[in-house]
Write a protein that binds this ligand. Structure first.
Ligand SMILES: [Zn+2]
Length: 118
């Protein structure tokens, strides 16, 4: 089947041009970018950077990839990237690890007697 190399639309046999991109179709699509496709999901809102890195360490120890997304706009530390959030940032994990990560965090949280979240 011919594909458009730009928008990756599949066309029926015999088509030579992509009707959207007006470019020549190719027989096979090149492989997707080597970058691993990760569907990041927000696991936990972070009150500050310290909590973020503590939780990151806990999860990475369990073999779960972690991505911390700060909500601060770089250079404007006092301005939040989102007016509707009062947290410092979000802790994201791959979708397939979401449940497991949540359990690990819950367990970790309950082991902290003076934790005052949720
Ligand atoms: Zn196209």
């Amino acid at each position: 089947m011919p594909f458009c190399p730009k928008c990756r639309t599949e066309y029926v046999e015999g088509t030579v041009l992509c009707s959207d991109c007006q470019i020549e179709l190719i027989d096979e699509l090149p492989p997707e970018d080597d970058v691993e496709m990760v569907n990041w999901q927000v696991l936990q809102e972070l009150p500050d950077e310290v909590v973020g890195y503590v939780l990151k360490g806990v999860l990475e120890e369990a073999g779960i990839k972690v991505y911390i997304r700060p909500l601060m706009i770089p250079g404007y530390e006092r301005i939040r990237a989102s007016w509707f959030k009062s947290n410092w940032g979000d802790l994201l994990v791959p979708e397939e690890n979401l449940e497991e990560a949540r359990e690990i965090i819950d367990e970790y949280m309950s082991s902290l007697p003076d934790y005052e979240g949720e």
